[in-house]
Structures are given as structure tokens and as C-alpha cells.
Design a protein around this ligand. Structure first.
Ligand code: ADP
Length: 398
């Protein structure tokens, strides 16, 4: 069975076509600048040369049509026709409190994704456009929604309720939802396999990329996570501030005479590592600058690691101990420096990382040193594969 996985953004659309027999990516690609001048599609078949289509994509329907043309073309094509695609899996940002698992898309599911637009104003409309464009271009092919929030729906009330007047929860659904759920689910399931058991397990998954979050997972179920109503809460990130005193929003809007929405946009896009370093949101640049003696870069990395260390400590307490800590995503998979520093700052918990095994990037590895109180792993994340698996399972069960 072949499954197409789509991540539809407001002006971009990423896709991967999987052959599920061997869980192998046959082709992938990216449509950029949808609805703008200079739109293009970069298509990459697994066996063969990449093909670039510089064609106008005024909307998502035209992007999906061009994607199917690329998938079936004589140059770079990987299938004969669209009938070969058994189902389409969509990444959807916000499922609110309606979805605790992936689901076959029908009108009611689309309505629910629409209802959650206030909670995911940038992503949910774009995700819906991708779904509706597929319905238009390949009608009859089953489609599945995989939500970024779903895995965190097992959190207990004490972790997801904010201590603010409860009408904001009951009336407007303001609560912690958490994000990167598909990544935390994939990585935690793999961690349980590596541990060799599911019962009585306490694991902490650290998704450290441009956007970063940590989850506390007990017996395979999420009990807490750092992101909140939106992805702004929790760790310091590439361009996001992470948790700050909420009164800062009011204070800056008063003294600068700008709206709260503008302050929140600044906290999302112009803060974090970018703001503290003063030159980059990319942790590769930060590490390079530290090598050259840049003190702001040193402070940036110290703050990033400090926020991670604090949450791991908090989640070790929430879980009543820890059996495994797993690193994933851009920084987690590729920065031995940060992994070592973070674990060394947690040595009071008995955690020990092996510096030799830790000299690795992007490959699944047991990083645990002898005598460590818990396992330490690097597990590369694969959200697309998780979406493809869910899609296959749901379509085959229906
Ligand atoms: P996103 O949140 O956009 O999916 P990724 O998980 O791809 O992000 O992570 C991207 C980030 O990973 C980059 O911004 C960069 O900071 C970091 N990164 C990638 N490679 C390295 C590396 N070798 N060393 C340190 N950081 C890295």
C-alpha cells in the first residue's frame, strides 16, 4: 500500500510518498510560495534526480495538482497514476480537546478542525486547505487527520488546567494542549522498545529543534508537557521566548503603545536565541560563535540548556523518578555539546552520559554511561512515518 503524507502550511506544502511494505519513502517534495510570485515545487524521487517545477501555484488546489503531476511524470515520477495511492495522511496542528487520536476525515472532522481555528489560527486553516484540495483533486481517496495535540490529551487536569478564572476554560477552552505530539509519541514508543518494557516506565522526551518541547511520559502516556495553549510556553527556543511573566505582555504594550497581538508576535518570532544572541536563531551559528569566544552566544546556549535542565528536573519529580531520557529533533539529534552539558547538569539525579558514544549525529544511539541511574538515548524523530502508519492502520481498519 502507498500512503501520501501531507504537511500543508499557509504558503508551503510538504509531501512524502511511502511504500508501506518496507516503510520506505519513494519520493518527497516541497511546494513553496503558494499564492505568491515565484512559486516552485522541488520534487525528489528516492532513486533519481530532483526535478524543479517553476510554475504558478495560486492556491492549494493548484499545488496539489502539480504535486500529483510530479509524482506521475515521466521525469522523476514514481507512480503510474493516482489510483496507486491508497490514502492520504495530513498533519493537523490543533485538535483541541476533541481528538485524542488520529481519525478518518469526514465532514464532522473538518468542522471540528474549523472550530479549532481560534486555537491554531495560522496552521488549522492551512491544514484544512490541504485536506479540501485533496478532496477536490483525488475524490474518493480516504484521508486521515493526525493531530499535533492528540498525544497530550492523556494529561491529568492538574497538568492542563491553568489557575485562572475557570470560565476561560469552560467558555473558551483555554488550557494546556501541548504540541509536537506526533514526535513525542514516535520517540517515546521507540524508547519503550529500547527499554524492553512498557509497564512501570517513566520517560522524558526532549524534542529540541527550532521549536522545542519536553514531555513526561508514564507507562507510555503523556502526563505533562512544556508547550501550552499555544507553542509559545515552556522552553526558550530559536525565536520564541518560552515561559515569561505574562504581565510583560501588558507592560510592553503600554510603554511601546503597541497591541497585545504585536507583543505576542514579537515573543514568537523575534525572541529566544535570536534575541539573546543578537544575531541568529540557529544553534549551529550559536555553537560556532561560542568557539570564537562570543559571550552573548555563550549566554544564549547557557539559557537554552538551563531551561531544559529545569524542566527535566521538574518532570523527574512529576514522574517520581526517571527510567530514560531521549533526545530528538535538530538540536537533540545533532548537538553532542548540548546533550553532554544538559546531562552533566543533572548528575545529581545519578545520570551519566558516555562522552565517546555521544560523539554522534542523527543516528539512533544508546548514550548511557556505565553506572547511570537511567538510560539516555538519541532517537531521530520521524513524524511523517508516524502519520503514514496511523493512516494505514485507520484505513485498513475501516
Ligand atoms: P523545526 O522545529 O523547524 O522542525 P528542526 O528540528 O529541524 O527544527 O531543528 C532545526 C534546528 O536544529 C536548527 O535551527 C539548528 O539550530 C539545530 N541544529 C541542526 N543541526 C545542528 C548541529 N549540528 N548543531 C547544533 N544545532 C543544530
Amino acid at each position: 500500500m502507498k500512503i501520501l503524507v501531507i504537511n500543508s502550511g499557509s504558503s508551503s506544502l510538504k509531501y512524502q510518498l511511502f511504500d508501506m511494505e518496507k516503510e520506505y519513502v519513494i519520493a518527497k517534495g516541497l511546494c513553496e510560495r503558494i499564492g505568491m510570485e515565484g512559486s516552485l515545487l522541488r520534487h525528489r524521487p528516492a532513486d533519481g534526480k530532483p526535478v524543479v517545477y517553476e510554475e504558478a501555484m495560486p492556491n492549494h488546489v493548484s499545488a496539489i495538482k502539480l504535486m500529483f503531476r510530479a509524482l506521475t511524470a515521466s521525469e522523476g515520477g514514481v507512480i503510474k497514476n493516482m489510483d496507486e495511492i491508497g490514502a492520504v495522511g495530513h498533519r493537523v496542528l490543533h485538535g483541541g480537546d476533541k481528538f485524542s487520536a488520529s481519525i478518518l476525515i469526514d465532514e464532522a472532522v473538518k468542522d471540528a478542525i474549523r472550530e479549532n481555528i481560534p486555537l491554531g489560527p495560522l496552521h488549522n486553516p492551512a491544514n484544512l486547505m490541504g485536506i479540501e484540495a485533496c478532496e477536490n483533486v483525488v475524490p474518493g481517496v480516504p484521508q486521515v487527520a493526525v493531530f499535533d495535540t492528540a498525544f497530550h490529551q492523556t494529561m491529568p487536569e492538574k497538568a492542563y488546567i491553568y489557575a485562572i478564572p475557570q470560565k476561560y476554560y469552560t467558555k473558551y477552552k483555554i488550557r494546556r494542549y501541548g504540541f509536537h505530539g506526533t514526535s513525542h509519541r514516535y520517540v517515546s514508543a521507540r524508547t519503550l522498545q529500547l527499554l524492553g518494557r512498557t509497564e512501570n516506565t517513566r520517560i522524558i522526551t526532549c524534542h529540541l529543534g527550532n521549536g522545542s518541547s519536553i514531555a513526561a511520559i508514564k507507562d507510555g502516556k503523556c502526563i505533562d508537557t512544556t508547550m501550552g495553549l499555544t507553542p509559545l510556553e515552556g522552553l526558550m527556543m530559536g525565536t520564541r521566548s518560552g515561559s515569561i511573566d505574562p504581565a510583560i505582555v501588558w507592560y510592553i504594550s503600554e510603554i511601546e503603545n503597541i497591541s497585545a497581538a504585536e507583543v505576542v508576535s514579537m515573543l514568537n518570532k523575534k525572541s529566544g536565541a535570536l534575541a539573546v544572541s543578537g544575531f541568529s536563531s540557529d544553534f549551529r551559528d550559536i555553537e560556532d560563535a561560542i568557539e570564537n569566544g562570543d559571550e552573548r552566544a555563550r549566554l544564549t546556549l547557557d539559557m537554552f540548556e538551563y531551561s531544559i535542565v529545569k524542566y527535566i528536573g521538574a518532570y523527574a519529580a512529576a514522574l517520581g523518578g526517571v527510567d530514560a531520557i531521549t533526545f530528538t529533533a535538530g538540536v537533540g539529534e545533532n548537538s553532542p555539546l548540548s546533550r553532554e552539558s544538559i546531562i552533566n547538569q543533572l548528575s545529581f539525579l545519578g545520570l551519566k552520559i558516555d562522552p565517546e558514544k555521544n560523539k554522534v549525529r542523527g543516528r539512533e544511539t544508546d548514550l548511557t554511561a556505565e553506572g547511570s541511574s537511567a538510560k539516555i538515548y538519541l532517537v531521530p524523530t520521524n513524524e511523517e512515518l508516524m502519520i503514514a502508519r496511523d493512516t494505514k492502520n485507520i484505513v485498513c481498519a475501516n
